[in-house]
Design a protein around this ligand. Structure first.
Ligand code: 3DU
Length: 215
């Protein structure tokens, strides 16, 4: 079954509360700048103490190789993987991968982003980014639920597990993307769960919907 990844873009207090509430229904958790900058990287340990799920660091790392290497070393003391940008070049991505691989942690590459602004600069190079992810034998790509045909193509080109944001608050529809995905892939949902009146109920709803549509 396709996995459900919660994007926990909240402050510490709310993040830990939501993690506790939804832990029976999510397979993995994504933490990014909103949470880490309002607490610290130690938050990853606290999340793991609550729910023992895979935690991916969404830092969209995008610097020169030497700096990327330092960022990866410091970040990957925590969590199970890190998200990087590819437009900075193969050498920058390799620098992260070469830190992550020996630690048995994932390097996941952003291809096309899900927001409207992605059409101008990143969509034109997204196919090449997916092909680079395959060449570098990375552990996955990020591709948009808001554009199902692009999601399909990027998954095909990379032949890697996909993490796909955009369902819910960004207008992506589960029904349209689920058939493109398989059990190695993750649907990332944030606001539609944590901003709802009852995050637990909403996480359960998405989990059950994924199960029903996966058949
Ligand atoms: O829109 P949501 O609240 O469901 O959250 C989506 C998450 O995925 C959020 O953390 C955002 O930073 C991340 N993300 C995208 O939305 C789009 C991308 O292309 C890459 C990551």
């Amino acid at each position: 079954m396709v996995k459900l990844m919660l994007a926990l873009d909240l402050d510490k207090e709310r993040a830990l509360k939501v993690a506790e509430e939804v832990k029976d229904y999510v397979d993995a958790i994504k933490v990014g700048y909103p949470l880490v900058l309002s607490s610290s990287l130690e938050i990853v340990k606290e999340i793991k103490d609550i729910c023992e799920k895979e935690v991916i660091l969404d830092f969209k790392v995008a610097d020169i190789p030497a700096t990327n290497e330092k960022i990866a070393k410091l970040s990957l003391r925590y969590g199970d993987g890190i998200i990087v940008h590819g437009f900075v070049g193969e050498d920058s991505v390799k620098a992260v991968r070469d830190v992550a691989k020996p630690l048995n942690k994932k390097t996941i590459l952003v291809t096309e982003m899900s927001h409207p602004g992605a059409l101008r600069f990143i969509q034109p190079i997204a196919n090449e980014l997916a092909i680079m992810a395959k060449k570098l034998e990375l552990d996955g790509i990020v591709a948009p639920s808001t554009r199902p045909e692009r999601l399909r193509e990027l998954k095909h080109l990379s032949n890697l597990p996909v993490l796909t944001p955009g369902v819910g608050a960004q207008g992506g529809r589960l029904e349209e993307i689920i058939k493109i995905l398989d059990e190695n892939d993750y649907i990332i949902i944030g606001r539609a769960i944590y901003n709802s009146e009852d995050p637990k109920k909403m996480a359960k709803y998405y989990k059950e919907k994924i199960r029903a549509l996966s058949k």
